[in-house]
Every structure is written in C-alpha cells, then in structure tokens.
Ligand binder design. Structure first.
Ligand SMILES: Cc1cc2nc3c(=O)[nH]c(=O)nc-3n(C[C@H](O)[C@H](O)[C@H](O)COP(=O)(O)O)c2cc1C
Length: 301
C-alpha cells in the first residue's frame, strides 16, 4: 500500500496530520507521544506580530464538541522562527505553518519572512477563523478575496500552499474553486462552525466574544459532506477534517474524496489518536485491497 500524498511539488509520506491550534508547536506533545507517527504537524496560526488572543474563558464544552474563542493567540512570526522552528525542524513529520492575518499585506509579509526557513514544508493559509474581528473569515467567505489573496501568496512561494476553508458559507465549492484558480495546491476542509452557548443563570453568552468556533464530533457529518462536495468541485487535493476521533471517522473522509486528514479536538481526548487512526487506515486498506489513497476515492460517483 502506498500512503504517500502529493501536494504541490512535495509529498506527505503519511496522510494523517494534527490540526492547527490543537497541537501547539509540537513540543507540548513531545513527552506524551512518538511524534514520528504523525504525517504532518499543522502549527498554531502564526501572525506578523505576537497576539495575546481573546479574553477568558476561551473554551466551553458542548454535548458533542467544544466551542473555542482563542482569537489567534500566538508568538508572532519572528519568535516562531527563532523559538519554535528549531524543535519542529528536527521532527520527521512535515512542518506545515498555519498563517493568519488581518490584511492581505499581513499574510504576504508573514509568508515572505517564513520563506527564509528551508525546513518549513508548506503553508496552510487560515482564511476561516471565526474568532477575530478583522481578517480571518472575511477572506474565506468572499470568492474574490480568496482568489486575490491566494494569487498574491502564490507569487511568494513555490512550497505547497493549502487554503483552509470556512464552513460558514452558503456554497463552499465556490470558495474552493477561487482558491484553486488563485493557485492553491490543496484545500483544507473544514475550519470550525460559528456557535454560541448562553449561561442562563447570568443571561449572557459564556464566551466574552459571544460566539465561538464549534469543533469535534458534532461537526463531522458537515465536514464529510463538505469534503465530498469540494473534492468534486476541484482537481487539487482536499485535506479533510472535523470531528475525527477514530480510524472509521477518518476513513469516511477518505471515501468522501479527501487525500489526507487532520485531527483536531481528538488530540485533547487522546494525544496518541493520530497513530491509532493511521494504524486503522492501514488495516482497512489491507482488508479492502486498497493500494493507494486514490483507491479510496473510487467508491463514490
Ligand atoms: C482550540 C482550537 C484552536 C484552533 N486554532 C486554529 C488556528 O489557529 N488556525 C486554524 O486554521 N484552525 C484552528 N482551529 C481549527 C482546527 O484546526 C480544525 O479545523 C477544527 O477544530 C475542526 O477539526 P476537529 O473537529 O478535529 O477539531 C482551532 C480549533 C480549536 C479547537
């Protein structure tokens, strides 16, 4: 079985990655798991300047997932390069830096600075963050802005450029096509859905920003459906995510057309989940005589 996945001019040897914002900068998990089992680490979003993020509480549990309002808290691109990359670049997995910004110029500046670092495998461009006032989701809900941003980032790098799509739109395929037309090598599908939890005793939303991003098993059927639709609308690879807690969940995404998957909220439940999921995919492939990831795609029309 060949588990390699071509994205742009590079190859992921293992289709299971860990999702941005749920795996820190990798070192947080060093003592808990063997990091060599992971295909790719998608880092916490990196912005031009350090960001403190939103006020607390930033996470609230819901019956089948969590609502988060982190607000892109991160150390900023310069400290990312000097403090975080030296650990990440020693790992055998692909280092995909998740990039965010408030303006197109900010996204461009972050990628220009990251381009100085050869050990970064590629970029995942977050145009889908629901938890910031400026930028973020604004780029991922308007096809013109998606196209323009992708197109200007494309000129800055030959490394894999992955646009991370928002589910908070009427038709995700329009945004996916705009990303492809702008020169994206792949799309990630999906970021969190806007949700709200109200504290009835205080008669107020629990999160200070009022709404947050819903992730976890509650969003899995939405993620699978969007992956299915997007994979039929574009010719570039789709990386599926949303609520993957076991191999069967991940296999649903692969059968729906994903070429790779990411695990987010599941890392908070079981830090070893990525290797368990990869083992389960391998077992399923051998039981069903599937020779490559693209064989998973031949079941649906
Ligand atoms: C606490 C938290 C922080 C997140 N931060 C980011 C981020 O910085 N950039 C990003 O693109 N996605 C971020 N996400 C979204 C996840 O990467 C993923 O798209 C989403 O949670 C769906 O996957 P899951 O259901 O497996 O968690 C975050 C999610 C959570 C739960």
């Amino acid at each position: 079985m060949n588990f390699g996945v071509e994205i742009g001019n590079k190859r992921l040897p293992n289709p299971v990655g860990v999702a941005s914002g749920t795996f820190g900068y990798g070192s947080e998990y060093e003592e808990l798991i063997d990091l060599s089992c992971i295909g790719a680490i998608y880092t916490k979003a990196v912005t031009l300047n350090p960001r403190g993020g939103n006020d607390i509480p930033r996470i609230v549990e819901t019956p089948a997932g969590i609502l988060n309002s982190i607000g892109l808290a991160n150390v900023g691109v310069e400290r990312f390069l000097s403090e975080k990359v030296p650990f990440l670049e020693k790992l055998p997995c692909a280092l995909v830096t998740n990039v965010a910004g408030s303006t197109q110029d900010e996204y461009c500046e972050v990628i220009s600075r990251l381009e100085t670092c050869d050990s970064i495998w590629g970029y995942e461009v977050n145009i889908s963050c629901p938890n910031v006032k400026h930028g973020g989701m604004a780029f991922g809900t308007d096809p013109d802005q998606t196209y323009k941003l992708t197109n200007s980032l494309r000129k800055l790098t030959s490394k894999p450029l992955i646009l991370k799509l928002s589910p908070n739109v009427t038709d995700i395929t329009i945004i996916a096509r705009a990303a492809q037309d702008g020169g994206a090598d792949a799309v990630s599908c999906i970021n969190t859905l806007v949700g709200m939890v109200i504290d009835t005793k205080r008669k107020r939303p629990v999160l200070p920003m009022k709404t947050g991003g819903l992730s976890g098993p509650a969003i899995r059927p939405i993620g699978v459906a969007m992956t299915y639709k997007v994979s039929r609308a574009v010719t570039i690879p789709v990386i599926g995510m949303g609520g993957i807690l076991n191999a069967d969940d991940a296999i649903q995404y692969l059968l729906a057309g994903a070429s790779a998957v990411q695990i987010g909220t599941g890392n908070f439940i079981d830090p070893k989940i990525a290797s368990r999921v990869f083992d389960g995919i391998r077992q399923y492939a051998s039981e069903h005589n599937l020779e490559s990831i693209s064989d998973f795609h031949s079941f649906l029309d």
